[in-house]
Design a protein around this ligand. Structure first.
Ligand code: ADP
Ligand code: MG
Length: 339
């Protein structure tokens, strides 16, 4: 974009847009790794140039984060950098793609050096951990808004989709802290309070989600469908049910939950686990005959997975508790503890 941003920080009061891009986003030391990973040309020209791995398909996804809607102004810049990339990596994880490259389009009110230093620290720490390279983007002045586009690869036909669930498949969810992000949000909203240490733990779940890329890749050829939990388990599972034209039975007491969430009243546990968002765990399905392969994928990726129900031919969602009693879905829609 044209025009110049002026640094608000102490050290480079006159750093312009292009200096800023070079200083914060261009990492020369990573250029060689980039070439090795298929990035023929990264930041600095009008386009990036990628060399696809022969025989692989590209998988591409964008997610935008808007202040006030997707994150609170109180979040530390380092955590925001992490989360902006994490929610995008989570889409690659849901599809079982190997992360390759990403673009960053960033609008910010002013060129705040401290903000940018923290932001790229969190961003690149996760990028390096997942082997994904920043290859370009756009930088402009405006209300804080972060849009990342991720690119990954998978062998043809192996991408995990929402449409592959079949009656009889088991339903699994990854991780052990489903609902913690929602619990943190409710504390921020003032609907609940937690002791300081517990708040810090659930706040980490909300601000530092861990995308399940290793699990997603390990589930290629094993899972029949997958989705990542960004808007809440029931809502996101609903996408699988709709695209696969099936229904499901969910054992609400089987949902994995942290000790902190488990100490909350049952309605809060269920609300956070079933409709809380921002967990970025994977929900996926696999035939019963593949249960060993699922456990193997979980172990190989160092991720706990829990079976929470079964896909059924009859459309709709049936919730039951550990005793097999029906739990009316309306118990959640009518539950307004947080409203
Ligand atoms: P153009 O004027 O052609 O749109 P820009 O001046 O916006 O190009 O960007 C110059 C170079 O810096 C490009 O290679 C672009 O991809 C890169 N770039 C701009 N903003 C970012 C960003 N936030 N993160 C990474 N790369 C960026
Ligand atoms: Mg250009």
């Amino acid at each position: 974009m044209a025009g110049t941003l002026r640094m608000g920080g102490l050290h480079n009061p006159l750093m312009g847009e292009f200096d800023l891009i070079q200083h914060f986003f261009q990492r020369e030391s990573k250029a060689a790794d980039g070439v090795a990973s298929g990035v023929a040309l990264g930041i600095g020209d009008d386009c990036a140039v990628l060399t696809p791995t022969p025989g692989m398909q590209w998988l591409i996804s964008s997610d935008m984060l808007v202040e006030g809607r997707h994150f609170l102004p109180t979040v530390a810049p380092e955590r925001l950098g992490h989360k902006a990339l994490a929610v995008n990596l989570s889409d690659l994880a849901a599809c079982g793609a190997t992360p390759r490259a990403f673009m960053l389009a960033l609008a910010m009110p002013r060129a705040d050096e401290r903000f940018l230093a923290g932001f790229v620290k969190g961003l690149f720490a996760l990028a390096d951990a997942q082997g994904i390279t920043l290859i370009g983007g756009d930088t402009t002045q405006g209300p804080l808004n972060i849009c990342i586009t991720v690119m990954g690869e998978a062998p043809p036909g192996t991408a995990l989709l929402r449409s592959g669930a079949r009656a009889g498949d088991d339903i699994y969810v990854s991780g052990q802290t489903l609902g913690d992000a929602r619990l943190a949000l409710e504390v921020f909203r003032g609907a609940l309070s937690l002791p300081g240490e517990q708040f810090e733990q659930v706040r980490r779940a909300m601000e530092l989600p861990q995308p399940r890329n290793a699990l997603g890749m390990a589930l290629r050829g094993v899972a029949t469908s997958a989705v990542d939990v960004s808007d809440g388990l029931l809502g996101d599972l609903g996408h699988i049910l709709k695209r696969s034209a099936v229904g499901a039975q969910i054992d609400v007491d089987a949902l994995p939950r942290s000790a902190i969430l488990a100490a909350q009243p049952l309605p809060v546990q269920r609300e956070c686990g079933l409709s809380g968002g921002d967990d970025y765990e994977l929900v996926f399905t696999a035939p019963a005959a593949a249960s060993q392969a699922v456990q193997h994928a979980a172990q190989a990726s160092g991720t706990v997975v829990t079976r929470i129900g079964r896909i059924e031919a009859a459309p709709g969602l049936r919730l039951t508790d550990a005793q097999g009693q029906a739990v009316p879905a309306t118990a959640f829609t009518s539950f307004d503890h947080f409203k």
